[in-house]
Design a protein around this ligand. Sequence first.
Ligand code: CP
Ligand code: NVA
Length: 301
Amino acid sequence: MPRNYLHILDMTREEAHAALKRAKVLKEGDVRTKLLDGKTVILIFEKASTRTRVSFEIGVRHLGGQTVFLTQHESQLGRNEPLKDTARVLSRYADALVVRTFGQEKLETLVKWGSIPVVNALTDQHHPCQVMSDVLAMYERTPDLPSLKVGWVGDGNNMAHSWIESAQLFGFELVLACPAGYTPDPGILAAAKAAGARVTLTADPAAAARDADYLTTDVWASMGQESEQQRREVAFEGYQLNSRLLSLAKPGCKVMHCLPAHRGEEISEEVFEMNADMIFDEAENRLHMQKAILEWVFEAL
Ligand code: CP
Ligand code: NVA
């Protein structure tokens, strides 16, 4: 059975900690290996991407492998060839799939019908590679993760779900402030709480910000929700990470953002630029963390 990385909880607590430590070593030593020598990773992207695509393309090369990049526009995916057929074909050519798509069930179909590992490069439900990279950025500054309070202010979206699952694995406290109608999947929240995660949901951004060590947010309208932009701007009023909200946090609190950012919406220009060191570390960490995730996928970690 190949190892798949569809969401944060595909790794055990021990594996996730090992991946974090390994990513730090890969980063600090600018490590290149031959793990993927002679291997090909196919990237299937049905949504736009700058960071994820480029960091995977380069990360695979750092491990000695090569990539093929595919979108629905120039492949038969856009002409309704069944995913289960695509999975069986690509499994005969390549060694892993890295996939950015809409529903999580599409990844599950690729896993069910294919025979090579599948890595989630963002779905509507999860963005595990990003949140692991964000956790690495916190870990580099404050290795005692269970001592931290992290506040999420904004949409209960794919990023929020991966943050909830990472709170379960890494033991930090997570307070999510989301407006009514835009809260995270209750099943994901309930499962994390049942597993002992210290996760709280509120509608009050101040509750998330108060005494936080780290604050994080994401766009109000994710990819695929462009037509909801105006409605969401109304619903998310008051959910901006700005200096007023930041004044409630612990002194030295760092603000995170997975990027791309919409200044003046979920984050103010001032708060963004004050935290640029953290935010661009998160972006850089995509490269290092995904190399560690690929090592785990190929059972070298
Ligand atoms: N954060 C992130 O996934 O960025 P891209 O959409 O540019 O890949
Ligand atoms: N929630 C955002 C994350 C982008 C990296 C989206 O899905 O568009």
